[in-house]
Write a protein that binds this ligand. Structure first.
Ligand SMILES: Nc1ncnc2c1ncn2[C@@H]1O[C@H](COP(=O)(O)OP(=O)(O)O)[C@@H](O)[C@H]1O
Ligand SMILES: [Mg+2]
Length: 560
């Protein structure tokens, strides 16, 4: 494509986009950007040609229809936006969650051409039979049923011809709009539009690269190898490229077709429990989960196994996030506000600089004090994550995409679970997974083994102590700088601050010594005196001496 040609493609697509938005009465999107949308002469003379039947719809509905019409990039964009409770009002979130990616299929001839070009073979050299009618068609690709020469039944996903170019053009246009917004729209920087589109482009490019989906499928396949409750289709790598994905064909009933599930003699409650447990395993054990659990992507096999399909979107939970998610639930159950805030800081839900303002702590305290009702026994991570992110958003916080994705996935799962079993209790099923994680953590250090909760609290304090100390020192430093700037000459105030920060530092050192010595005394470290390690005794003594000194200096100053 030449430069001029490229320019023409962009201009044409840009015009298409503006036409669709205008048609749905959404022209003000452009006005917000200070851009004039393309208007025909007729429109300029007679006003915009908004379809009247569209105007009876709400703005959110019109937005959804417009995005559906604009194709895969915008459909995905809308789907991702639908997880952002921090950016959009509830009505829009609801409507965007309904975004459907169903378009007329492309022809068998086109599908054949793509497959032959990609596999470098004639279609009938690979398949004994190939159903020319697709099972399903979406804007990026469609799925055909076929049989390999080896005899295996397969589902062949074929990419729609020309879709990569459309997606790249759309991403280019979206990026330009984001840059424009960041430069010209006041306050837009807070939402980091360029970063958002960068991240979105990454996700979108994975969608038009089937190898990525095949790799995800492979990973789920090995994570669930040997499972008695879950089946994942095998990938046929020999017949898989970036535009063709060949997988084992798995027969099943759509998980939302409950009458059919029951008619097959399957126990819907067991199906529900198996689905929930599959999610708990993916989240708490594998750290890798299927992030698009809408009913079209999950089947139930005739033997009652859960079949996952469509691995275009997967979520990751690294060990740090996993640990902190558990800590957040424990903190809430124990009403431990410090542990809650510390865990939130560790995963970036609350900034350590406290940029969200003081109300965030107050709101979190309210949350923790009212959230957990002891009679419910255990927390449901679905509700918990939704409610916690709501509190943070209301307090002016920002939620990272991976956490929004997890929350959204859990909610989609919840919908299916409740349809299958109105008495579904996810909290109860979660408990053993969380308990197991806590136990595993306990065995990491032998010190933890010997003692009960008090020591594990000590260990926790020891771990966070250096960070806390640095934080406090940083804050003191910052405070001092502020004072110097604002009240030049008020040396006495600064001197006082010096004294305060010194005393604070001493207190911290004493605390560290006591905690450290306590830990040491729990061990059998030699040399020891009456079975107590000498190093521990020495630590206590040192803490005692510094402590006495501190008390004396405070008493002397007369300020107590
Ligand atoms: N391995 C498979 N076995 C059986 N049916 C499949 C398989 N893969 C896809 N399908 C069918 O094709 C449909 C679309 O496939 P999917 O991977 O979900 O594509 P999309 O990304 O377009 O949603 C599925 O809902 C299912 O009906
Ligand atoms: Mg699908």
């Amino acid at each position: 494509m030449g430069l001029l040609d490229t320019g023409y493609v962009y201009a044409r697509r840009y015009r298409e986009i503006s036409n669709v938005l205008l048609k749905h009465g959404l022209g003000y999107f452009f006005e917000r950007f200070g851009i004039r949308p393309f208007r025909s002469l007729r429109e300029r003379l007679f006003g915009p040609s908004i379809k009247e039947q569209l105007l009876v719809l709400s703005e959110a509905e019109r937005l959804r229809l417009a995005l559906e019409e604009l194709g895969p990039t915008f459909i995905k964009f809308g789907q991702i936006l639908s997880t952002r409770h921090d950016l959009l009002p509830e009505e829009h979130i609801k409507e965007l969650s309904k975004l459907q990616d169903r378009v007329p299929p492309f022809s068998y001839q086109d599908a054949k051409k793509v497959i032959e070009k990609e596999l470098q073979k004639n279609l009938d050299e690979v398949f004994i039979s190939f159903d020319p009618e697709p099972i399903a068609a979406a804007s990026i690709g469609q799925v055909h049923r076929a049989r390999l020469y080896e005899g295996d039944d397969v589902a062949v996903k074929v990419m729609r011809p020309g879709i990569e170019k459309i997606v790249e053009t759309d991403l280019f246009i979206l990026m330009n709009l984001a840059k424009f917004a960041e430069k010209h729209i006041k306050g837009s920087r807070f939402f980091n539009p360029v970063g958002f589109i960068e991240e979105f482009s990454r996700v979108m490019r994975q969608e038009i690269y089937y190898i990525h989906e095949a790799q995800n499928a492979d990973r789920f396949y090995s994570n669930f190898a040997g499972s008695t409750t879950v089946r994942i289709p095998k990938v046929y790598w020999k017949y898989t490229t970036k535009r063709v994905l060949t997988q084992e064909f798995l027969e099943g009933i759509k998980i939302s077709h409950i009458p059919q599930i029951e008619a097959s003699g399957l126990d819907r409650k067991k199906v529900s429990t198996d689905l929930a447990n599959a999610y708990l395993k993916m989240i708490f054990e594998d750290g890798f989960y299927h992030a698009d659990p809408h009913p079209g992507n999950i089947l139930v096999s005739l033997e009652g196994k859960i079949i996952f399909l469509d691995f275009g979107m997967a979520g990751y939970i690294d060990p740090l996030l996993r640990k902190n998610l558990v800590n957040l639930m424990i903190a809430t159950m124990r009403s431990d506000i410090d542990l809650l805030i510390e865990s939130l800081e560790e995963i970036g839900l609350v900034s350590e600089a406290g940029s969200e303002g003081p109300e965030i702590r107050v709101n979190l305290e309210d949350f923790i004090n009212t959230y957990y009702d002891v009679s419910t026994k255990f927390i449901d991570p679905t509700d918990f994550l939704r409610d916690l992110t709501d509190v943070l958003i209301r307090s002016g916080g920002r939620i990272p995409t991976n956490i929004m994705l997890l929350s959204k996935t859990l909610m989609m799962r919840d919908e299916i679970n409740r349809r299958l079993d109105p008495e579904h209790n996810f909290a109860e099923l979660t408990e053993p997974y969380v308990k197991k994680m806590i136990e595993e953590r306990g065995t990491v250090s032998y010190i933890m083994n010997e003692t009960e909760k008090s020591l594990s609290d000590f260990a926790h304090l020891m771990r966070i102590f250096p960070k806390k100390a640095i934080n406090i020192l940083k804050k003191t430093e910052r405070g001092r700088l502020g004072l110097e700037l604002e009240h030049r000459g008020l040396e006495t105030a600064i001197e006082e601050l010096d004294i305060i920060s010194n005393r604070l530092s001493f207190s911290l050192i004493i605390a560290a010594l006591i905690v450290g010595s306590s830990l040491i005394t729990q061990t059998r470290m030699s040399p020891s005196l009456w079975g107590v390690p000498l190093l521990g005794i020495f630590g206590y003594l040192l803490a005692g001496i510094i402590g006495m000194g501190l008390v004396i200096s405070i008493l002397r100053s007369g300020k107590w």
